[in-house]
Design a protein around this ligand. Structure first.
Ligand code: GLN
Length: 273
């Protein structure tokens, strides 16, 4: 308790907004292998805690230090080539579950483009016991991380992960396609917080000059992989709804509505062929 309070105070002085929560997670990480009734921290544990604190003070996000982050109530391991799953992205899962609810007992086929940790696909497979899915990522390391996460969350038998470029080389039709693509305009990346800028992989953030490159690629590829009754749910960044809807309309998709995240931002857009 006192280690936690002292650490929180140090974080606060350093201007870390989530000081108390970060301190709690790091103390928990440092204590992980110790018996629960331990009251006095030994030297080795204090040193371990000091190392973790130094990393946080140097701008590393707490979840990177801990090595995993929760999404949809499930644990997800992170690696250098995966984006940290964000609570905002749970909006994509909610939107997909709502849109597909009438078909929830069917053996649905799900595609997750730019799967990263696999969080979107794995959350959906955890809800739909009869569904199976494929996660694609440009990073082989991300695919390996996602595979591990699928195993850890008990859905590995229904999930496969493949290194690839969006829909290239896929020749089946999916009932649901989800994607949280990179959508930050390249010029805005330098202005993001140090935690994001220096620790989330650039490939997972950079949406090209206007932030919309990935949506153009998706709009080109999606018609070839969506079943006639299929739906697409895309995550978008702030202010991107009109542009993304226009890009998808041009490719023949019909906008079916959207869903706001807990911060009140329109976060998920739903489309049908
Ligand atoms: N699909 C993953 C997520 O939602 C990765 C997204 C990305 O790397 N842009 O976290």
């Amino acid at each position: 308790m006192s280690a936690r309070r002292r650490l929180a105070a140090r974080f606060r002085v350093a201007g870390i907004e989530s000081a108390a929560v970060d301190a709690r997670w790091l103390v928990e990480a440092a204590l992980k292998d110790l018996p629960e009734d331990l009251h006095v921290l030994d030297r080795a544990t204090l040193d371990r805690l000091d190392d973790l604190a130094a990393r946080r003070l140097a701008g590393e996000p707490v979840w990177r230090i801990v090595g995993e982050r929760e999404f949809w109530g499930l644990p997800f391991k992170l690696s250098p080539e995966t984006l940290e799953p964000r609570p905002d992205s749970e909006t994509i899962v909610e939107a997909a579950l709502e849109a597909l609810d009438p078909r929830r007992d069917e053996p649905l086929a799900i595609l997750d483009l730019g799967t990263g940790t696999g969080c979107l696909l794995i959350a959906l497979l955890s809800e739909y016991g009869g569904a199976r899915g494929i996660g694609i990522d440009m990073s082989g390391q991300a695919c390996a991380t996602a595979r591990g996460n699928a195993e850890r969350n008990g859905v590995a038998a229904r999930a496969s992960f493949r290194k690839g470029n969006w829909t290239e080389g896929l020749d089946e039709a999916f009932d649901l396609v989800v994607s949280n693509p990179p959508y930050i305009p390249a010029g805005d990346i330098a202005g993001l917080s140090r935690e994001v800028r220096e620790h989330d992989p650039r490939l997972a953030l950079d949406g090209g000059q206007d932030g919309l490159d990935a949506y153009r690629a998706l709009a080109r590829g999606l018609p070839g992989v969506l079943s006639p009754r299929g739906i697409v749910v895309l995550e978008i960044g702030a202010g991107q709804a009109d542009d993304v809807i226009a890009i998808m309309n041009l490719a023949g998709f019909v906008h079916q509505g959207g869903r706001h995240d807990l911060g009140g931002h329109l976060r998920a857009l739903i489309f049908t062929p």
